[in-house]
Design a protein around this ligand. Sequence first.
Ligand SMILES: C[S@@+](CC[C@H](N)C(=O)[O-])C[C@H]1O[C@@H](n2cnc3c(N)ncnc32)[C@H](O)[C@@H]1O
Length: 567
Amino acid sequence: MSRNTPPRSSGKSGKSGKAGKAGQPGKVGQVARPRWGAKAARPAATDRDGYTAQTAPLAPGEPPREPVGGQGAGGQPNPAPVGRVRTGALKASGGGAAKKGAAKEPRAPRAPRPPRAARPTAPQVPKGPGGDPLVGERYEVEIGAVAHGGGHCVARHEGRVLFVRHALPGERVIVEVTEGTTKSRFLRADAVEILQPAKDRIEPPCPFSGPGRCGGCDWQHVSPGGQRKLKVQVLTEQLAKLAGLTPAEAGWDGSVEPVGGKLQAGEVPAWRTRVQYTVDGESGQVGLRKHRSHEVQLIDRCLIAAPGVTELGIEARDWTGLASVEAIAATGSSDRQLILRPLPGEQLPLVELDKPVSISRIDEQELFHRVHGRNFVRERAAGRTWRVSNGGFWQIHPEAPETLVDAVLTGLDPQWGENALDLYCGVGLFAGALADRVGEDGAVLGIESSKQAVLDARHNLAELENVQIECDKVETLLPRTGITSTDLIVLDPPRAGAGRETVQHLVGLQARRIAYVACDPAALARDLAYFAEGGYRPVSLRAFDLFPMTHHFECVAILEPVAGESR
Ligand SMILES: C[S@@+](CC[C@H](N)C(=O)[O-])C[C@H]1O[C@@H](n2cnc3c(N)ncnc32)[C@H](O)[C@@H]1O
């Protein structure tokens, strides 16, 4: 059996000493060196897909820019942020059209806010079917099963399917249609009156949740245990429907594990270390977007925001001139970062905070500018400090990195001298953990498409000679590496999953074990079906409630080749 170990770095610098030429296939046992353009990369993203409207490519020669490694001019580290931060009079560059996510129109002159309707709706009638709008219609219905994604349950009215939010299975409710027409295949609706409540229903602790209000949480009206039950139902259904697996066949004990201790009904965990606030164009106050809407629900506090975010007091300030404010509170360090997005043509306003905080801004070309302090935060997890720059991807729940690393290592049981792949590796979390376990006789190759994340990963794992990080899409780079086998694989793909082609390539590498980290149960189940076609089956599956109060959760599946299966 031919066995190409992932190449080792020279250990001297850069971790790419053995890479091939730019854009050319690497030799066997080597990894093709990705095309490192002169143009700096758009930094990694805040979501699993590696991009959001809040992060953007850096342009060549763009001022003001902090060199990689958090060093200022002359190679000196940037001064630590000071307690009182004042920035101002920085003109937002460019004058083009607003990007997605930014307010569409220039800020109107400040005027007293008109009174809002009791339940403002942003009717979004689906395009295509035509017909008479049904928005605002009310029906009495019985709520059926929870559906995958969106935090809604399924109901029927006169034969038509309704996706209902703010409801629970088994309840009898009055719903109000929020989207759809007489010709729509299905309607969207909110439960606005609960006639027969389910036993897991609670009084929502957050005053901003509910029909037509903040879209950040889906299940404020559900007890913590009830939320996990809903997640269990979603995962069970997706495994059955898309992978043809029962929980037992998937190696799953049928639970979604609470993280950070069990909560009582009404208790809200403050887990969100990154919060993306939208600025209300009229008042300059921040809020959160309503569900499937660009409308802003003003808030004076987000209950699921981590203390490090809440203490910044974002909600109490006037952010006139900005489209959005992203707040990041690192775990295990005191680093706090604000990423500001000015409205087109607006000055960056004066920002005064009593807490030490770094400030960056994103311009209309989606370019990232350091304004004050660092352009990165330092996160602590799995025995290391992780630099995460420009709002790039990092798990949001403070206990997520440790929880997932532990599940991956327990499942894979890496042995000294083994070779491993960390696919979609971000800033190198799993690569670092694997490298410690396979030791200097083993090797780890990380692949990640975000250039900024790759720079961070190389920085974070610089002292590990058995790790190499390469930048490209997994589906593009992996076939070019010439690697024909490996012992272990971790893959943590974006929400869409890895897909059939990538899975087919992975099963050909004859790994002893594969750890699949998934944030979308449907994508996981689809990919498990592709793995099954290639002779791999899950031997264990764990699900973690890493996004309490929302419908999201994270899974770690461990796969092994079916005994005797020839691929
Ligand atoms: C869910 S994150 C996982 C990051 C890392 N494993 C962690 O836990 O911090 C997914 C990562 O995949 C990257 N990504 C998205 N599509 C990719 C692709 N086609 N090839 C390689 N990386 C990709 C994103 O930039 C992001 O960093």
